[in-house]
Design a binder for this molecule. Structure first.
Ligand code: NAD
Ligand code: ZN
Length: 336
């Protein structure tokens, strides 16, 4: 049976997230005779070029520094040069950088063309490709320019992750553990009952866990696509995580989120919002997967980074805190 999740879109149609082999599924997802242009980075072209043989492709650079309006403009020019029209389909194949940029370009080229994603990092499969946030950074500020627009489809193919380095894989697991803490205790127990090696080697186990993580996000996005309220729950670990990321350039996003989650869980236990046992479980699972549970940034510097980040909200900070495993809530806290 095909495993898929349907997420309603603003246009009344539904975005589908499908779990299975991209090589098998892609042909059936794009209407026959459609001109497809794939947008990828050089790594993907090298590791998974066979997936792209049927399509024209455009290769973009790698890393956060290419997630800019400059790259968007270059892509738009390239589409014009290739005489892409409103019926052209854009297929983003890659990590979150590729999917964020592709989704944005597809949303504005000729006022919008159809697009789909094949995310190739664990982080992109469980997070970046799902939920319709597309965009780029501006002058070093993350995701300052963009739009909400969900792709026609996302194909989550766990076999594409075999070529992903361990460290990137681990960073993706961090966002899955986050999803479990927000809304799926059984998924959390899957992490407690297995090991890093099991998730790396057992494609079936990994695929089931990816699907459960996506379900947590999809359910929240369905209720609050434009982040008016509930969608902010997905920021568990991110307020502190972002501050850590900014102050210590050594950490990957997922690693910083893990440390942020651990710090917030211990704080929530101290405040009596969750039990000490709940905080301990969160920290032990993160450690079990080799993720950090402490901030490498000294508390005062961290506090400054958080204040800078949120200064528009005055002295109050919206912090997502665990209540128990599988349930979180947003607390307005005083920075003092
Ligand atoms: N739109 C959203 O809702 C959302 C959510 C979370 C994160 N993001 C964005 O996602 C971006 C990060 O995404 P990411 O972590 O996927 O990073 P990334 O896209 O930079 O990919 C990480 C690295 O892995 C390589 N790679 C990708 N797939 C591979 C594979 N299968 N095998 C070997 N190497 C592979 C890439 O070439 C790259 O060098 C950030 O810009 C972040 O803002 C967006
Ligand atoms: Zn994140």
């Amino acid at each position: 049976m095909e495993r898929k999740i349907l997420i309603p879109r603003a246009d009344g149609l539904r975005s589908q997230v499908i779990f299975g082999s991209a090589a098998t599924l892609l042909g059936g997802l794009i209407p026959e005779g459609t001109r497809v242009i794939a947008i990828v980075d050089a790594n993907i072209d090298r590791c998974h070029g066979e997936l792209l043989e049927a399509y024209e492709k455009i290769i973009i650079g790698q890393g956060e520094s290419v997630k800019t309006l400059h790259t968007v403009e270059e892509l738009l020019r390239e589409l014009v040069a290739r005489e892409a029209d409103r019926s052209t389909f854009l297929l983003g194949v890659g990590g979150g950088i590729v999917t964020d940029v592709t989704g944005f370009v597809a949303s504005i080229y000729m006022r919008g063309v159809h697009f789909g994603f094949v995310p190739t990092t664990l982080l992109a499969q469980v997070d970046a490709s799902v939920g319709g946030k597309n965009g780029v950074n501006l002058d070093g500020y993350k995701n300052m320019v963009g739009c909400f627009n969900q792709p026609d489809f996302v194909v989550c193919d766990s076999s594409l992750l075999a070529s992903l380095p361990d460290r990137e894989f681990r960073a993706g697991l961090s966002e899955m553990i986050k999803a479990a803490v927000i809304g799926d205790e059984e998924l959390f127990e899957m992490f407690e009952g297995h090991t890093f090696e099991a998730f790396r080697d057992d494609a079936e186990l990994l695929s089931r866990a990816i699907e459960r993580s996506v379900r947590v996000k999809a359910a929240i996005v369905e209720r609050d696509e434009r982040e008016a309220g509930e969608r902010r729950l997905l920021n568990l670990g991110h307020t502190i995580g972002h501050a850590i990321e900014k102050s210590s350039r050594q950490m990957l996003h997922g690693e910083a989120v893990a440390a942020g989650m651990a710090v917030v869980a211990r704080w929530a236990a101290e405040q009596g919002v969750c039990s000490g046992e709940c905080a301990d479980r969160i920290c032990s699972v993160l450690e079990r997967y080799g993720l950090p549970v402490d901030s490498p940034v000294e508390p005062n510097a961290l506090r400054k980074a958080i204040t800078r980040d949120k200064k528009r909200r005055g002295n109050r900070l919206a912090l997502v805190v665990p209540v128990r495993i599988g349930e979180c809530r947003i607390e307005m806290i005083d920075m003092d």
